[in-house]
Design a protein around this ligand. Structure first.
Ligand SMILES: C[S@@+](CC[C@H](N)C(=O)[O-])C[C@H]1O[C@@H](n2cnc3c(N)ncnc32)[C@H](O)[C@@H]1O
Length: 268
């Protein structure tokens, strides 16, 4: 199968119909982990927050609830079509690759599954650090996609093999768009080099059975990346068999490892 370098544009399209189930599946899997990582003292009443690459907006809304009426959340994305403002939550189109941060005194800056995709990730991490108020927190969360895919159960060997081929090809396509599948491993050191203190990292992985929202991520991703998967040599029948497998309770795979790293700018 062929997966060559194409360009460095973000690979997915928030405006596509498949983006809704894709973002919802991410949120169902990750929001409980993220909200634990953002618990006080990271996210406090009256805080000013910036949610970078906010996607479907669930974390931004969680932050807006937590900071209360005296706090404020700014949710930015290159595509804001899935984001809705509220009284203390503003939505703004913003390209974190090319634009300066929309402020310089945030108590919390959070970016989940964004920098991984962007070739300028190291520079962006420095720029996010520069947007923190003294004592402010930066939380960066990514998938580490370096471990070999681990199919736990499958109806037969051919199905497990097809799963591995399509899933690997999708990772190759993302790399072709500039993603660094190992970036999650570097975030802790990059935060330390950027001068943040109290840097800590936790990881999480779990099994995704057929029909689960985790497994459905592979299906929605395969729909979003279908033109490139076909170009890489997969047939429509193979992609349909892949999607059927993801709805089969006899199938289970280990998730990617989710790596959550946070650090704080020195107070005062
Ligand atoms: C995989 S989604 C994650 C969405 C959300 N952070 C979450 O975890 O639920 C990546 C998000 O980053 C946004 N994004 C991609 N490139 C961006 C850029 N250059 N500037 C700002 N946002 C970007 C995408 O539009 C998308 O909403």
């Amino acid at each position: 199968m062929r997966t060559e370098t194409i360009d460095s544009e973000y690979a997915f399209d928030n405006a596509a119909a498949e983006a809704v189930p894709q973002l919802r599946a991410l949120e169902a899997f990750l929001d409980p982990i993220t909200m634990r990582r953002l618990a006080p003292p990271v996210l406090c009443q009256a805080a000013r927050c910036w949610e970078v690459g906010a996607g479907g907006g669930s974390v931004a809304h969680g932050m807006a609830w937590a900071v209360g009426a005296d706090g404020h959340v700014l949710a930015t994305d290159i595509d804001t079509s899935r984001l809705a403002p509220t009284a203390n939550l503003d939505v703004r189109r913003h390209d974190v690759r090319t634009e300066l941060p929309p402020g310089a005194a945030f108590d919390l800056v959070h970016a989940r599954l964004v920098l991984l995709h962007l070739p300028e990730r190291r520079h962006i991490l420095r720029s996010l650090t520069g947007a923190l108020a003294p004592g402010g927190w930066l939380v960066v969360e990514e998938f580490d996609c370096t471990a070999p895919l681990r199919v736990l159960t499958a109806p037969n060997d051919d199905a497990a093999k097809l799963f591995g081929q399509v899933a690997d090809a999708m990772l190759g396509i993302l790399q072709g768009h500039g993603a660094d599948l190992a970036w999650a491993q570097d975030v802790h050191a990059e935060m330390t080099y950027a001068g943040l203190v109290d840097v800590d990292t936790v990881t999480h992985a779990e099994s995704w059975a057929g029909e689960s929202s985790g497994a459905s991520l592979y299906e929605t991703n395969s729909r979003q990346l279908e033109p490139e998967l076909l170009e890489a040599g997969f047939t429509p029948g193979q992609l349909e068999a892949f999607r059927k497998l993801l709805r089969d309770p006899a199938f289970a795979v280990m998730s990617y490892e989710f790596v959550s790293t946070r650090g704080r700018r020195l107070p005062g």
